[in-house]
Design a protein around this ligand. Structure first.
Ligand SMILES: Cc1cc2nc3c(=O)[nH]c(=O)nc-3n(C[C@H](O)[C@H](O)[C@H](O)COP(=O)(O)O)c2cc1C
Length: 478
């Protein structure tokens, strides 16, 4: 369809449209198309109607109700997780959660042997009831059927992939639900083998592996390490759930190639910096990294190639993102410069403005002469350095302003002083609970004006910001 240009809208209506689009995780153009479609059909999308609940089409049991503004529930990628009968099957329960953390909905198939290790009840509790076990179960077969299971997914992950499952896949067997689905699918397959090192190194297994790789099956692991059996070590441990989830999300993004940010490179900074006083003491701040990490995760889920430069935090690395860990402001700037070029840079980290001049190489001793006098020097300004680059400046540079007073004037001043394109301003007064909390109330400050976004989870702020970034990079008016 031709691209859409709508003229003559009032500033207020444009503002409403942007908020609505951001809330739905769409670009403004997509939002307008949706409204027009709804209006033509006489229902959903009419501009005067509240946002409508959209649901992911599911066969069989419905998914539980979700927040209508939650883009993940509306457009989440789908993984069919095949759990094989190995001792590592217990880790696959954690894998379900990890995939869900990456905005993926999960259905499970348990082989007969897998049910000796984990129960369909446990997998079902985590996968919202979406568990299948039997090729010849009339209920499942009439409900959804193995062919639909094989097709109604974006990716099949086999974890643990037993030696037996690998052999069946390589040989094209279809004598149970797992193997029949794996043969009937036209979707990409990722296997996470797990077995005793002897089983792994056998020629038969290596032959099957070579055949599977030749057939286009993707592989994660196995890792080297201790086996469940006493005294056994070597290659054969299943990759950790976070590694498998990361590989799955990367595959989903690569194969989809259609996310809002597909083909774009985004650099995000997150967390505090630690500025050393001596080898054991440092100056820090209360940033948790939750907002920056959520932005990196949302950008990756939208198909971007994301580099996250993170100061010291106590939260997990986001799925599908390359995370570079740093401590000080100077290290953060270096890592950001190494990550360039990028289409967009989002500076959500709370970088220390100052560091201690001449930090001591030895632990400073307590002496009778009293507290040491620390003198401070200014740190490099990561945001301004990138925003004011003469060449290789990202198309869109976004700063964060954490303020305890005069929020908007300070943010507008920061926008001009640093020469960035947008500033996301948030009030971090202690009573607001933003620092370390899960809710954020931000204002988006641009050259055009100031938008007050409603209080919402940091994940939702991240998704809304990502939708705006996608629109800006696509050249839509801001
Ligand atoms: C205690 C126990 C642990 C096992 N662990 C593994 C394993 O880690 N990897 C593997 O390939 N097979 C393992 N097996 C053998 C598989 O369970 C067996 O080959 C089974 O037929 C696999 O079925 P499936 O591939 O349909 O899940 C184990 C068997 C037992 C009894």
């Amino acid at each position: 369809m031709a691209s859409l240009t709508v003229r003559g809208l009032s500033e207020d209506l444009k503002h409403q449209l942007r908020l609505r689009a951001a809330g739905n995780g769409r670009s403004v153009e997509e939002e307008i198309r949706n409204i027009l479609k709804g209006a033509a059909a006489g229902g959903e999308g009419r501009a005067d109607l509240p946002l409508q609940r959209r649901s992911t089409p599911t066969a069989g049991r419905p998914l539980p109700d979700r927040d209508p503004l939650d883009r993940a529930s509306a457009t989440a990628a789908r993984v069919l997780l095949v759990i094989g009968g190995g001792i590592a099957a217990y880790k696959s329960l954690d894998l379900i959660r990890r995939l869900q953390d990456g905005n993926v909905t999960v259905r499970c198939i348990l082989t007969k042997a897998a049910q000796e290790f984990v129960t369909p009840l446990a997998a079902g509790a985590l996968a919202h009831g979406q568990v299948f076990t039997d090729l010849f179960d009339p209920k499942s077969e009439f409900d959804i059927g193995h062919i639909r299971l094989a097709r109604e997914t974006d990716l099949i992950v086999v974890a643990p992939a037993t030696a037996d499952l690998m052999a069946k896949m390589a040989g094209g067997h279809a004598d149970d639900l797992a193997s029949a689905v794996l043969l009937a699918t036209d979707k990409p397959i990722l296997i996470a083998p797990a077995m005793n090192p002897m089983m792994w190194s056998r020629r038969a297994t290596q032959r099957n592996l070579a055949r599977l790789i030749d057939d286009g099956v993707a592989l994660v692991g196995p890792n080297a390490g201790e086996m469940a059996e006493r005294g056994e070590a070597g290659i054969g441990r299943m990759a950790e759930p976070i590694e498998i989830a990361s590989a799955a999300v990367s595959l989903l993004n690569n194969t989809a190639g259609k996310g809002l940010l597909a083909g774009k490179r985004i650099v995000v900074t997150s967390g505090p910096t630690h500025e050393p006083i001596d080898p054991v003491r440092y100056i820090a701040n209360r940033s948790s990294g939750k907002q920056g990490h959520a932005i990196a995760a949302a950008a990756a889920a939208a198909g971007a190639n994301v580099v996250l430069v993170s100061g010291p935090v106590n939260i997990p690395d986001p799925i599908g993102v390359m995370t570079v860990k740093v401590e000080s402001a100077r290290q953060m700037l270096e890592a950001v410069e190494n990550a360039m070029p990028a289409d967009c840079a989002v500076f959500a980290a709370a970088v220390a403005d100052w560091r201690v001049a001449g930090a001591s190489d030895e632990k400073i001793k307590k002496t009778k002469s009293g507290a040491p006098a620390l003198s401070l020097v200014e740190n490099p300004d990561v945001l301004a350095t990138i925003a004011q680059r003469k060449s290789g400046r990202p198309q869109l540079v976004i700063g964060f302003a954490a303020e305890t007073e005069n929020l908007i004037p300070n943010a507008q001043d920061k926008l001009k002083r640093k020469a960035c394109d947008w500033v996301v301003a948030n009030d971090v007064s202690p009573e607001g609970g933003v620092m370390g909390g899960d809710i954020n109330k931000v204002h988006l400050v641009t050259a055009v004006g100031v938008e007050a976004w409603p209080p919402q989870s940091k994940d939702k702020v991240a998704r809304a910001l990502v939708a705006r970034i996608a629109a800006a990079l696509a050249g839509e008016a801001q």
